[in-house]
Design a protein around this ligand. Sequence first.
Ligand code: CP
Ligand code: NVA
Length: 318
Amino acid sequence: MAAPARFAQTLNMPARISAGNLTSDLDLKHEELLSLLDLTAKLKRSPARYAKSLTGRYISLLFEKPSLRTRLTFELAIKQLGGDAVVSMGIIGDREPLKDIARNLDRWTQAIVARTFSQKTIDDLATWASVPVINALSDMYHPCQALADMFTLQERFGDLRGRKLTFIGDGNNVAHSLMLCAVRLGMNFALAHPKGYEANPDILRKTEALAADSGAELIVTNDPAEAVHNADAIYTDVWTSMGQEDQSAQRIAEFTPYQVNEKLVAQANPHAAFMHCLPAKRGEEVTDAVIESPNSVVFDQAENRLHAQKAILSMLLS
Ligand code: CP
Ligand code: NVA
């Protein structure tokens, strides 16, 4: 495995991610997050320079849930870096113990990318596998999405310190990863959710601690108008995440006042970007007019998943 290390030196790549995994955003130190953003920019600017950094490497992609963007951008990222991917669909641990699966995969492949229902499945894979594990979305976090989103915001605003990102909707996996990354970078973060759909209290406490370090402000409210005041970007996500389909009718009723529509957007800065991880349910969490508006960056976010995940793979495997 000397070739990728030599590549890392030649290309002046940043050091590895010290945790050895990306199980959540909390695995990244501040300087590692900055290095990932910097490497994402380089990979986007000069993809050909990095075309061989994963030569001879194979990556396992495990999916318990559906995916368009994450699966295809990981497959493309791995192939464009000179490696190859193998894919397995289905619930991890249904047919045999997870600890056995992890110790099969690490004999064949050099990293594991997993989309799971439970964060515990990601953490257990990282415990048992001797190769890096990357969280491709769990019930708690979506760190690959948040990295691409921070990069998208940097492309639009440059330095994020003092800017304000507002998330309207469920205190879910996407919101958790966004709040951790945003405040770490000194970006103010506002979350507006209906009562009963709070963010995880432990993640909120960790976000508060990171905000205290960076000087960022964290606002949590039930009032969407308060949250979007002075926002530089407004983000939303589906009201019903994968695995919650049986709650859909109740969620639609409770989240309707939290729709991101023209009236709400008009209360933010006129330049405020509209963001969504996709897939979107137009007419529910966002109107067609807002997602199709000139300030919408949803397809930049989707494109940047590719570049950001190349950076994650490069830093974990170099
Ligand atoms: N945003 C995102 O993760 O999309 P997929 O569910 O299609 O992977
Ligand atoms: N919160 C959504 C994100 C999809 C990318 C879900 O978990 O289904």
